[in-house]
Design a binder for this molecule. Structure first.
Ligand code: HBI
Length: 369
């Protein structure tokens, strides 16, 4: 008998709605979606990707949907209303999913938006939601919580800390993440430079990393999409003499080559990072991570072994941790990600998730929810 997890599944991956895949606007979700497509394909499942027009996802074909992009959900405040532009690409992507759903065993939602959650009961095909951020607004908390209760086992998150930002943490399934580690070269000997990677936006706390560069005199290289230009200019005005350079938004191959030369990656989030893909990418290159003890990175970094966890928003703590970097063995950083965050590890967790989700569904009379 073929068990559920060994069955070849037909899976539709429905992208985030804030930007085309490959633009960097979708942040970590772009890399996550690509890695999920890779690991599921390696396991012989049949994958299709639906995403906004202009999307590129490695060598995977993408069903490109036209329409106006969604506004980014963070920074809107707890009482933010649910909003959709006219000719919403999100609505158009889900109308496409509605039309083709009978070809698939499961749909996977990557959008942190109200509509896909609301639509769940109207879809005969099971929907697995991979929630990419912690709690941001009351309206989103409510709709995700409603689906978590109505469709147990369908809400996936990246970390326990992220789950705990929601009142329904116990109904969330922690999936972690996984990366194609063959793309990341281990670098044993760093240069005297620190790294910072992320969307340049207030919730990422870049100013603290720049303050560290100013205080220590160690050059800081910054990679990522320049999302909030005014925010970047404020930092430059505040620290005119800090030894920092903005290195642009690089594709993985170039980023890992440059990041690997760093003595450490600084992670200075102001918010609860759901996971922290850049932490894994850094460790995969042998680069220790110094991070605020906040969110997903605090679950990944092994304090004193693969990096240092610092009291949130304490710049002095970051400086102290830098002075202790020689206690970290860069080989240990690479070994940890090979153990817990490879594509294979992610693929195992996804097959278990989908297997249980579909098995649970078959237990319901008539195969419907
Ligand atoms: N905002 N409305 C909305 N929808 C998303 O899917 C979304 C977002 N903001 C950020 C985001 N996704 C991704 O950058 C996550 O990786 C954080």
């Amino acid at each position: 008998m073929v068990t559920q997890s060994e069955k070849r599944l037909k899976i539709l991956l429905i992208s985030t709605s804030v930007g085309p895949l490959g633009s960097g606007i979708g942040g970590g979700v772009e890399l996550t979606l690509h890695n999920i497509a890779k690991t599921l394909t390696q396991r012989n499942h049949e994958i299709r990707i639906v995403a906004p027009g202009g999307s590129v996802c490695g060598s995977f074909p993408v069903v490109e949907i036209s329409g106006e992009l969604q506004f980014t959900a963070q920074g809107e405040g707890r009482d933010a209303l649910i909003a959709l532009p006219k000719n919403s690409v999100l609505a158009n992507m889900w109308d496409y999913a509605r039309q083709v759903q009978d070809r698939y065993d499961v749909l996977v939602n990557f959008a942190y938006d109200w509509l896909p959650f609301y639509l769940t009961p109207f879809f005969p095909c099971p929907i697995a939601h991979l929630v990419s951020m912690g709690s941001l607004t009351d309206a989103m908390d409510q709709i995700i919580g409603q689906m978590a209760a109505q469709f147990p086992g369908t809400i996936g998150v990246h970390s326990r800390t992220q789950a705990e930002t929601f009142s329904f943490a116990d109904h969330c399934r922690v999936i972690g993440n996984g990366f194609d580690l063959s793309l990341y070269q281990f670098c044993p000997e760093p240069e005297n430079v620190l790294g910072w990677v992320g969307r340049i936006a207030p919730e990422k706390g870049l100013e603290d990393a720049v303050a560290v560069a100013q205080e220590t005199g160690i050059p800081l290289k910054i990679w990522g999409i320049l999302q909030e230009v005014a925010y970047w200019h404020d930092i430059c005005d505040q620290f005119p003499d800090a030894p920092v350079s903005y290195e642009g938004f690089l594709p993985t191959a170039e980023l890992q080559h440059a990041l690997g030369k760093c003595r450490a990656l600084l992670m200075t989030p102001r918010w609860v990072e759901a996971f922290g893909n850049v932490v894994i990418e850094s460790l995969a290159c042998g680069v220790p991570v110094i991070a605020y003890r906040r969110g997903g990175p605090a679950e990944i970094i092994q304090d004193g072994k693969t990096g240092w966890l610092v009291e949130p928003d304490h710049i002095a703590g970051l400086v102290t941790a830098i002075a202790q970097l020689d206690q970290i063995d860069r080989h240990t950083c690479r070994q940890q990600v090979e153990l817990d965050y490879s594509l294979e590890a992610l693929g195992d967790r996804l097959e278990q998730w989908f297997g249980e989700l579909l098995a649970g569904r078959e237990l319901v009379i008539g195969g419907r929810w």
